[in-house]
Design a protein around this ligand. Structure first.
Ligand code: IMP
Ligand code: MG
Length: 332
């Protein structure tokens, strides 16, 4: 039986530092699971001060915890096996990594179609994610079960037990139902969707919501206009915060944190524990601004800015019971 489930989700457009949070929490759980997406995600993890990146494998493996890729995920076999080799080469126990037999397979055709039709039009990561989910929902996709021989050591059909940590990929505003469609990913990024791993929602205990002190966006999105790139202050944040995509290496667009959007993401996700990171980036360039009701609000210090953010959250939300501020993602 599952004892309880905690879930870590992104409250923005991905790249909120979920990997670091999950990696910090992992040791308290029996399983770490992914429920959505594929190798479009990019998780950066620090173990003993060494930096690792994964795209598909949940970060439990870095701490000796069983890591499950769930039935709602899509798997590119080649990049999965590359990741396995990368982890093996770095001394991690890859026997802990398992994939649901029901997860769908991303084919070369899916990747080709994504590159040809969607990469330039909606700014996808060109990993074949959308076309793979298209085939899944048209009920003509191929699952891990159809590729048994290639993946046999990794196939998993058991039930989850004990304490579970679920690791979200992407973020609230990339959710297929809630984001700026069609500039979204093709899966559900909200925590309710983690139940597809095989537990009832009553088992959910905590929802860790991750957000940065400023917004970033990789890929195309009319809500992040090209004008943002001409704003020196925002460009400085991008450079200081090293805002390059882990998966594609693309420079992310930056804007001040939109508080109205954050409040909505907190409510819809049911976040109980909020982690606001990268506060040190604003401190190092001495810019303390957020957007509220379409206006830019400016503060003299990070303390005043954060105090105001916390007040707005508390005035608008009854579910967040802990707020953790992180000056450097590594310190979480
Ligand atoms: P896709 O998931 O590759 O189809 O891309 C759809 C949109 O989601 C694009 O705007 C991507 O840039 C964005 N996206 C997908 N995965 C991530 C991620 O892990 N971090 C940030 N953006 C992502
Ligand atoms: Mg990421």
């Amino acid at each position: 039986m599952v004892e309880y489930v905690d879930i870590c989700v992104g409250l923005a457009w991905g790249d909120e530092g979920k990997g670091k949070i999950v990696s910090h929490l992992t040791k308290n759980y029996d399983y770490v699971c992914r429920w959505n997406g594929g190798d479009n995600a990019g998780h950066t993890i620090y173990v003993d001060n060494k930096k690792y990146s994964t795209h598909l494998v949940p970060s439990g493996v870095f701490h000796g915890i069983k890591s499950i890729i769930g039935p709602g995920c899509v798997v590119n076999i080649k990049s999965f096996l590359n990741e396995i080799n990368y982890l093996k080469d770095n001394g991690f126990n890859t026997n802990l990594i398992k994939i649901s037999s029901k997860a769908h397979i991303v084919s070369d055709e899916h990747i080709y179609e994504d590159k040809e039709k969607y990469k330039n039009k909606i700014g996808t990561t060109a990993r074949g994610i959308g076309p793979c989910y298209t085939d899944k929902y048209a009920r003509k996709g191929k699952t891990v079960n159809d590729f048994k021989d290639e993946l046999k050591e990794y196939i998993w059909d058991e039930v989850l037990e004990g304490k579970i940590l679920c690791e979200g990929a992407q973020g609230f505003w990339l959710d297929i139902d809630h984001g700026n469609y069609p500039y979204v990913t093709s899966s559900n990024t909200l925590p309710y969707s983690a139940c597809s791993l095989g537990f009832p929602h009553q088992k959910i205990r905590k929802i860790y919501g991750a957000v940065k002190i400023y917004d970033t966006r990789v890929g195309i999105d009319p809500e992040f206009s090209d004008e943002l790139d001409n704003n020196e202050e925002l460009m400085k944040i991008a450079e200081t915060g090293k805002e390059y995509g882990t998966t594609t290496g693309r420079l992310r667009k930056v804007n001040y944190l939109n508080i109205n959007k954050l409040i909505k993401a907190l409510y819809y996700s049911g976040t109980t524990d909020l982690i606001i990171s990268k506060i040190d980036i604003l401190e190092s360039i001495n810019v303390f601004k957020y957007i509220y009701n379409d206006e830019i609000c400016s503060f003299n210090s990070s303390e005043l800015m954060i105090e105001s953010i916390i007040k707005l959250i508390n005035d608008n939300n009854n579910y967040v019971s802990n707020i953790l501020l992180s000056r450097s993602p590594k310190e979480i």
